[in-house]
Design a protein around this ligand. Structure first.
Ligand code: ASP
Ligand code: MG
Length: 442
């Protein structure tokens, strides 16, 4: 909680500073600016780096100045993480970041070279050269400020493309930091906000955001637009296209974010635009169905029901780093109640340890602790739910017709999630996709 609030505050400070800097550069006439981000598979080998450079060149030819954000070549970050672990089991987090950030440095330099070969004036920047200022939370750092002066100066001198290594920054202590896996997306959005970019294009290995995973149903359809809030729900529900934090940042600073493929011919209309809901013309109730395969359902049986009991249970779970998602408290009988929650399967052990320790300390009492590791979460998401009743009822009916038992339900304004047996997950996604006509454009 505290960390989140502090993060938000830092972000706020950052945007205020960004705005000031923008005013400072109003005097010079500059080309409109685009941020283009290339993920690991899009820069996976030298031919692909060249292909990405071609896409950058065509935007320059169209009249844009470009900031390119690059990921490490695919597989590189995993390899670097492996090297760190093999060298030191209880590694120094600062050296972890020093090693793991290096993958992006390689692609930044290579991308600048590829552009120069095409006669595009380009140069590379490592995070510390900008300097991208972050907190000192190593491997999970957050942006504090992105000063524009160094890069602006080069644009003013005729540079057309600044290639910036994604995923990294500099701590107040002067050490290299990284932003957490998938962090280059967030670098891209932060640069788009700091430099007032027209748009932030995220080039990846899929051609956009789909109504659901095309591997589960061939009827999955690519969306032209999706609202920030919907994308946030989908991102955090396991659609792994964008790092969740990048979408939060885009929503806060109204950065128009486009997801498109680096392997297709692309133009202005390609991909999916993640934008404000006011900019979406189609009227649809449900936009997508998401799933999360590796969920576990844990139940504390016969917990003494008294004020403070939820805090006594979920406090230690939070401290142990368990990501609790759904929570249900049953009706109380004779002063006892069952408390059920869900968490990722690989955190069950951690949750059990924390709860048993709390019981040993006398902080909570319960009769049993049961873990069901074979569940999955399926969710329907759509901003249209705000104004349409009956989505939940329809969802439950569809699952009932397939004979799928619902174990836990939670809802928010734009999302309904259910926990079901994992073996029915694909079936549930397909049935819901059909029932809500998600294959048809609204
Ligand atoms: N290379 C980093 C990772 O794999 C950051 C990124 O690609 O977004 O997590
Ligand atoms: Mg990624």
């Amino acid at each position: 909680m505290g960390g989140g609030a502090r993060g938000a505050l830092l972000l706020l400070c950052a945007v205020l500073r960004m705005k000031r800097l923008n005013c400072g550069s109003l005097g010079t006439k500059r080309m409109p600016l685009l941020v283009m981000k290339f993920g690991g598979t899009s820069v996976g080998d030298l031919a692909r780096i060249r292909n990405a450079a071609t896409k950058v060149k065509s935007e320059v030819d169209r009249g844009f100045d470009v900031i390119v954000i690059v990921s490490a070549m695919s597989g590189k970050t995993n390899e670097l993480v492996g090297w760190v672990n093999a060298t030191s089991a209880l590694y120094d987090a600062r050296e972890y970041d020093a090693v793991v950030a290096s993958g992006e440095n390689v692609t930044a330099g290579l991308m600048a070279l590829a552009l120069q070969e095409m006669d595009v004036p380009a140069r590379s920047w490592q995070g510390w050269q900008v300097p991208i200022q972050t907190t000192s939370a190593h491997s999970a750092a957050r942006f504090v400020d992105i000063p524009r002066a160094n890069i602006d100066q080069k644009f003013d001198q005729g540079m057309k493309v600044a290639v910036v290594a994604g995923f990294q920054g500099l701590s107040p202590e002067g050490r290299i930091t990284t932003l957490g896996r998938g962090g280059s997306d967030t670098t891209a959005v932060a640069f788009a906000a700091a430099f007032d970019a027209e748009r932030c294009d995220i080039y990846t290995d899929v051609d956009g955001i789909y109504t659901t995973d095309p591997r589960i149903t061939t009827k999955a359809r690519k969306l032209d637009h999706i609202a920030y809030e919907e994308m946030l729900e989908l991102a955090s529900l396991g659609a792994k296209v964008l790092q969740t934090r990048s979408v939060e940042l885009a929503m806060r600073y109204k950065v128009r974010l486009r997801v498109l493929s680096s392997f297709d011919e692309t133009d202005e209309t390609s991909g999916t635009l993640v934008c404000d809901e006011e900019d979406i013309m189609e009227s649809r109730v449900v936009s997508g169905v998401a799933y999360s395969r590796d969920e576990a359902k844990m139940t504390l049986q016969a917990v003494a029901d008294r004020p403070g009991i939820a805090a006594a249970i979920f406090g230690p779970l939070a401290e142990a780093g368990v990501n609790v998602d759904m929570i249900v408290q049953n009706i109380s009988e004779d002063g006892h109640t069952d408390m059920t929650f869900s968490c990722p399967t690989d955190q069950v052990l951690r949750a059990e340890t924390a709860l048993n320790a709390a019981r040993d300390r006398g902080d909570i009492e319960f009769q049993g602790l049961v873990a069901d590791r074979d569940v999955a979460k399926v969710s329907v998401v759509g901003i249209g739910m705000r104004s349409h009743a009956g989505v939940a009822a329809k969802m439950f009916k569809v699952l009932a017709a397939e004979g799928i038992n619902i174990k836990v339900i939670t809802t928010s304004e734009i999302k309904i999630s259910v926990l079901i047996d994992r073996k029915y997950m694909e079936l549930a996604v397909q049935a819901l996709h059909d029932a809500f006509d998600m294959d048809k454009a609204a």
